[in-house]
Design a protein around this ligand. Structure first.
Ligand code: ADP
Ligand code: MG
Length: 453
């Protein structure tokens, strides 16, 4: 097969899984430049596309290439000029688009630093402090003053959407800002596990050790998702000891205090307990209002006081939902080209205020397949038919967004899919609801079925 045919095969597959706009943006003017010793060199028109492909689509592209040639090992992206160098112009157009798009529409993910894996959008500057999180905030400040010495490890726990990831990453971003030589690394426990298992499987266990031991600050997020898999925890235990002995800081987050996490080795648990443990709580009314004010301002939303007060009164559980409500308003404001009044906001938000109810994954799968009129069993199959792929992605999105279910677990429940597929689905839907009102409405109806029946 020549390179052209090979690349066409890949494109055909990518096209199925992406929206048309996305596909056009990222894959236009891409080609296989050459293949050498199992490395495929993909030519891209600019750095912007390169970073995006490398960050977002790398695994899908590689998988797809390997489906054609299993011996392909890796991909390199190279920037090539097209004809009269439209590169710079194109890049400008796209970047302008990003700049005029509000910060929280997910575009920032694009700028995730590849060395530190930190997202620069999480800073202390845009972190609101209140009684609900001031202990965690002070602990974070203490760590910053004297990393590795005061509180090691720092362990922050609390329910989802209360700012743990934000705080963790703000520490990392701050330390990098004041000293760019500091080797900081942020990773979720899920990705850590995947990295470990992959490297060990391919005989590179030692590389794994070296890679993680070289950091000065290691941040591991959501450790409740640590699996007991194949020595992962044992390795983390040794890694922790090495950090500790060298006075290098390590920070964890979780949804529970160490005492209550299942699935964790006792000696690791005792390490967690040996440091500083702080929690974050639900914000009180004043904090909720302050968060809304700050965020509305950052989004350029000129929201009337009564709207913010309405939101602060009715959305009580977490910061993510507060932010979500502002995003919903922002979408409408963009459609209507004017601010909404409090009654319009009430109507808009009503369906998003979730009554507490327990619901199983099976129920959700059933509700979504009924909603889209398809037989449940298709969802578990390997098919890529759009009418099935889509509802499946929606289920994945809901499980993650509303229940914070782990990616691997979602994949497992939906026919044994890889966690990267789930992550991709989640990001895809999350992004699309910002642009596609129909989808937003479908989700609203599905949530209605989930929560109100
Ligand atoms: P967690 O990791 O606890 O689930 P996140 O850190 O992801 O929560 O927070 C959810 C969203 O709310 C993020 O967009 C984050 O920026 C925002 N957020 C959380 N806490 C705060 C805060 N104190 N000030 C400003 N934004 C916050
Ligand atoms: Mg988090």
């Amino acid at each position: 097969m020549d390179n052209k045919t090979l690349w066409n095969n890949v494109l055909t597959e990518m096209e199925i899984s992406l929206s048309r706009a996305n596909f056009g943006t990222w894959f236009k003017h891409t080609n296989i430049y050459k293949q050498e010793e199992g490395i495929v060199f993909i030519s891209v028109p600019n750095a912007f596309v390169r970073d995006w492909l490398a960050n977002k689509y790398h695994k899908s592209i590689l998988t797809s290439l390997r489906a054609n040639y299993p011996e392909i090992r890796s991909i390199e992206y190279i920037i090539t000029k097209l004809g009269e160098s439209p590169t710079q112009k194109e890049q400008m157009v796209i970047q302008n688009k990003v700049e005029t798009t509000p910060d929280n529409l997910g575009f920032n993910d694009l700028y995730i630093n590849r060395d530190s894996n930190l997202n620069p959008k999480y800073t202390f500057d845009n972190f609101v402090i209140g009684p609900f999180n001031e202990v965690a905030y002070s602990a974070a400040q203490a760590v910053i003053k004297n990393p590795g010495n005061n509180y090691n490890p720092l362990y922050i726990y609390g329910n989802t959407g209360l700012g743990k990831t934000h705080l963790l990453q703000a520490i990392g971003n701050y330390l990098k800002k004041i000293n760019n030589d500091k080797k900081v690394y942020y990773i979720t426990s899920e990705d850590y596990t995947v990295d470990y298992v992959n490297l060990v499987r391919s005989g590179k266990g030692n590389y794994f050790k070296e890679k993680y031991r070289k950091y000065d600050l290691l941040i591991i997020d959501d450790i409740q998702f640590f699996s007991k898999k194949e020595g992962t925890q044992e390795e983390l235990f040794h890694l922790f000891n090495s950090f500790y002995e060298n006075n290098k800081q390590i920070i964890f987050s979780s949804d529970k205090s160490p005492k209550f996490i299942n699935n964790i080795d006792d000696r690791l648990r005792s390490r967690f307990e040996g440091g500083m443990i702080v929690d974050v709580n639900k914000p009180n009314y004043e904090s909720r209002l302050a968060i809304l004010q700050t965020k509305a301002k950052n989004m350029g939303l000129n929201t009337p006081d009564d709207v913010l007060e309405y939101l602060a009164t009715n959305i009580q559980d977490n910061v993510r939902e507060l932010e979500g409500s502002l995003n919903t308003i922002l979408c409408q404001v963009q459609v209507k080209k004017r601010m909404l009044n409090v009654n319009e906001v009430k109507n808009l938000i009503k369906n998003n205020i979730k009554p507490k109810k327990t619901i199983s994954i099976k129920d959700i799968i059933k509700i979504v397949s009924d909603f889209y009129n398809l037989e449940e069993k298709f969802l578990y199959e390997k098919t890529r038919r759009k009418e099935i792929v889509r509802p499946r992605q929606i289920i994945m999105y809901l499980l993650r967004e509303d229940f914070n279910t782990s990616y691997p677990y979602i994949g497992q429940k939906l026919g044994g899919r890889d966690h990267t597929t789930v992550m991709h689905a989640y990001e895809k839907i999350k992004k699309e609801i910002k642009e596609n009102n129909n989808l937003l409405q479908e989700l609203e109806q599905i949530r209605n079925l989930m929560y109100n029946n």
